[in-house]
Design a protein. Structure first.
Length: 296
């Protein structure tokens, strides 16, 4: 890796969160870097079609526009420490609140943000580094929630430290090339379409497979065999994840959220949300508000 450009890095942290899940979790594609530390559990990470087996103590670093699906594979809930960042501060990009890569964002690739595309995206930490990482991430998370004027400087410093931890340990996983997922071209085309059209209530298996150019049965088989999930469940997952972002944002009513993410009614939205998340949307909103207040 050429290291001269590293001297000019000035990271901007856009988001930070702790995620706990017992099923499929994670985002498909983001316009910024995603740093994920596995605090508990095991999971399969499909990164641009390459499958990596991740476990407690692993860091995964995904560069902008790297497609990723994350599936928990252990009996205990998967706990991830996650933050999103740009390698270089840019005033216009700093105003971007959401991290998912829209069609418009995919057409506006920022070259200097793609410096880490050649690295193996996984590192494994020893116990001492895990303890240190956890302390630093929790401080970053607190600064992100507090929104203090000086917080951005603190988050920048912590981001640099955590990047150093990742790169320092990355050499241990050089031989971990992962395995390419069979039929990924069809799966990728389908998921891109789902992410572009999730807000359409008419989106279904037939319309997705027609767009991909294969039979519904074949595409369903690929999803189930390679990702361990049905197309319908994946669509629902994406809609619920998009709904959670909008609920946390707090600018829309639950009925407006349901409509914006593709549910035909608030009743279907509430039922699907509870089946996926375990609680109804209004309770999720209340818990998020309480969590933020507790950490201020």
């Amino acid at each position: 890796m050429v290291e001269s450009w590293m001297n000019s890095i000035s990271p901007f942290v856009r988001a930070a969160r702790i995620m706990k899940s017992s099923s499929l979790t994670g985002e498909w594609m983001d316009h910024d870097h995603v740093f994920t530390y596995i605090e508990q559990g095991e999971a399969e990470f499909f990164l641009s079609g390459v499958k990596y087996e991740a476990r407690e103590g692993d860091i995964l670093l995904m560069h902008p526009f790297m497609s990723h699906i994350i599936r928990s594979t252990s009996s205990v809930p998967l706990i991830q420490y996650i933050f999103h960042f740009d390698l270089f501060y840019d005033e216009e990009r700093s105003l971007l609140k959401y991290t998912n890569a829209t069609k418009r964002m995919r057409k506006k690739v920022v070259d200097r943000e793609m410096k880490l595309t050649s690295i193996v995206p996984i590192s494994h930490l020893q116990l001492a580094d895990r303890i240190d990482l956890k302390k630093r991430f929790l401080l970053l998370h607190k600064e992100f929630l507090d929104k203090r004027p000086s917080g951005s400087l603190m988050m920048k410093a912590i981001c640099l430290e955590l990047l150093h931890v990742f790169l320092k340990n990355q050499a241990d996983r050089k031989d971990d090339e992962g395995k390419m997922t069979k039929g990924w071209a069809f799966i990728e085309r389908a998921i891109n379409y789902i992410h572009d059209c999730f807000s359409d209530p008419q989106l279904n298996n037939a319309s997705i497979s027609e767009h991909v150019g294969v039979s519904t049965n074949h595409l369903s088989h690929l999803f189930k065999k390679q990702l361990g999930i049905s197309i319908h469940k994946y669509v629902t997952h994406i809609r619920i994840e998009q709904a959670k972002k909008r609920i946390v944002d707090g600018k829309l009513t639950l009925t407006e959220v349901a409509d914006e993410v593709g549910f035909s009614s608030i009743h279907l939205f509430s039922r699907s949300f509870k089946a996926t998340v375990g609680i109804i949307p209004s309770k999720f909103a209340a818990m998020q508000s309480a969590f933020i207040n507790e950490n201020r």
